[in-house]
Write a protein that binds this ligand. Structure first.
Ligand code: CA2
Length: 152
């Protein structure tokens, strides 16, 4: 049976605070706004989106594993796990789906510990420092890759 045209959107720890805390860094949009931005960008190309946000690494890993059988790609902002988590990187690499890594802020203009990403080299798309609209950009780039692979 054909895999439905579905993406997984993953938001990591603390991103539930979007729009509530630190608006100077992350803006005024909420997590619900982000999930709508991605759903709208995906819908333009006939894709639906399953969204997960968790403050628990294992919940994110389980969601990534589940995507293996019923999603065609993953849009992820791993939050602080970007800079710490080999486990998350292994999960993404293990499911072998195309991945788009998103960061709302420009991590390269922030503390040095934010400059390294464990996810970067398992992601085909990187959108960094474009605010929450970067999620739409990343979604479109990811769908381009999925469509290109389908054409062979
Ligand atoms: O810029 C991004 O999107 C980050 O992935 C956000 C992470 C940070 O650790 C990365 O270095 C860059 C932090 C997510 C926490 O989000 C908050 C949102 C509002 C208030 C407090 C935290």
């Amino acid at each position: 049976m054909m895999t439905p045209r579905r993406l997984l959107l993953v938001n990591g720890p603390n991103l539930n605070l979007l729009g509530i805390r630190e608006p100077a860094v992350y803006g005024h949009d909420t997590l619900a706004d982000v999930e709508r931005i991605v759903a709208d960008a995906a819908a333009e190309h006939g894709f639906e989106v399953r969204s997960v946000q968790s403050n628990h690494e294992g919940v994110l890993i389980d969601a990534i594993h589940a995507a293996r059988t019923d999603c065609l790609g993953i849009v992820i902002n791993p939050g602080g796990l970007t800079h710490t988590s080999v486990v998350l990187r292994d999960a993404l690499s293990g499911v072998a789906l195309p991945v788009a890594e998103v960061h709302i802020s420009n991590v390269y203009e922030r503390e040095t510990f934010r400059h390294h990403s464990y996810v970067a080299d398992v992601a085909a798309v990187h959108v960094i420092g474009e605010g929450v609209t970067g999620y739409a950009h990343a979604t479109r780039l990811l769908i381009d890759i999925i469509a290109g692979a389908a054409e062979g």
